[in-house]
Design a protein around this ligand. Structure first.
Ligand SMILES: NC(=O)N[C@@H](CC(=O)O)C(=O)O
Ligand SMILES: [Zn+2]
Ligand SMILES: [Zn+2]
Length: 345
């Protein structure tokens, strides 16, 4: 049996939600991941350090006893975010990043930023104190095709912002295009990107061929095959600017399987099995540790985890639930459309 031991991974982009959903999903992340950057797009969003402290308390209360997991909190950037509050949050060790959602770009983002100018005071402060900005990198203007929204964001929002404030550390989250990969590679400093599990596996056919498949719909939406191949090449390259952020985003089935289904794919359950499969296909199992366990902590200024996990390749396909039950309802687990043979021992 093949096996692979690596430092315990972290998830640099995770939606844990709140209340009963939080209780239903947290163990799926804590089982394999030591830490995760927790997205602030709750309803209402996590906008102040007081909100983040309270949310962290709810996460720790929901964590089953005996599980070891550290949530790294983020604030949802608004046009009214107070730079002093952000600086205090970083100084207290509570806040790991601030998240930019262009207004209307994705799930629960209507309170996001409309005019970048209004966010400049807080962005300037973040540049000064070395606090990263995480971005959902899509424009929302209706004229721009949904498949082009990331590329247009880079040209019209991100690049001008980085030229205006080169000291600001920016994480391009869930990058989905070759344009995004090339943009990160061309930068000399202060730019990195997270890549999801599912964008390494699906292209847009998964959503649209043979009938509409809501459980493959997420934002940014999966793109053409050439983009998936660029993401895979970057993920397995060992380049320290690319690391795992699952963007595992649970929604209950009735909110996915309907006339206007929510965006989000739930991958916390089988992410490590899927990644081992992908890295083996790319003959890069020796670089999985960099992607899942080393590059992210280095970017966020943290030490890699001391503990390890071992992945084993089994002859028979690994069993994992197709759906999980939460107090809010059933959530469908990501189906990579091939059998998984790698399991976390
Ligand atoms: N990725 C998604 O499709 N959905 C996320 C929001 C996000 O990360 O954009 C969610 O909160 O459901
Ligand atoms: Zn997003
Ligand atoms: Zn997300």
């Amino acid at each position: 049996m093949k096996s692979l031991t690596l430092r315990r991974p972290d998830d640099w982009h995770l939606h844990l939600r709140d209340g009963k959903m939080l209780e239903g999903v947290i163990a799926d992340s804590a089982r394999h991941f030591a830490r995760a950057i927790i997205m602030p797009n709750l309803v209402p969003p996590v906008v102040t350090t007081a909100d983040a402290a309270a949310y962290r308390g709810r996460i720790m209360a929901a964590l089953p006893s005996g599980m070891d997991f550290t949530p790294l909190m983020t604030l949802y950037l608004t046009e009214h975010t107070d730079p002093d509050d952000v600086e205090r949050g970083k100084a207290d060790g509570l806040i790991s990043a601030v998240k930019l959602y262009p207004a209307g770009a994705t799930t629960n983002s209507h309170g996001g930023v409309r005019e970048m100018d209004k966010a400049m005071p807080v962005l300037e402060r973040m540049a000064k104190i070395g606090l990263p900005l995480c971005v959902h990198g899509e424009v929302t203007t209706p004229e721009v095709d949904i498949f082009d929204r990331e590329a247009v964001f880079i040209e019209t929002v991100l690049d001008p912002l980085r030229k205006r404030l080169p000291e600001l550390k920016v994480t391009m989250e869930h990058v989905t295009t070759k344009n995004g990969i090339d943009y990160v590679k061309a930068s000399s400093a202060n730019l990195a990107a997270s890549i999801t599990t599912h964008h390494l596996i699906i292209n847009r056919n998964a959503i649209l061929v043979g009938g509409i498949k809501p459980h493959y719909y997420c934002l940014p939406v999966a793109k053409r095959e050439e983009h998936r191949l660029a993401l895979r090449a970057a993920a397995v390259s060992g380049d320290a600017r690319f690391f795992l952020g699952t963007d595992s985003a649970p929604h209950v089935d009735p909110l996915k399987e309907c006339a206007c289904g929510c965006a989000g794919i739930y991958t916390s359950v089988n992410t490590m099995s899927c990644l081992a499969h992908v890295f083996e296909e790319e003959n890069a199992l020796d670089r999985l540790e960099a992607f899942a366990s080393l590059n992210g902590p280095a970017w966020y200024g943290l030490k890699p985890n001391e503990e390890t996990i071992t992945l084993e390749k089994r002859d028979e396909a690994v069993d994992y639930p197709a759906k999980i039950e939460t107090g809010d309802g059933t959530v469908t687990v990501f189906d990579p459309m091939f059998p998984l043979h790698w399991a976390v021992a």
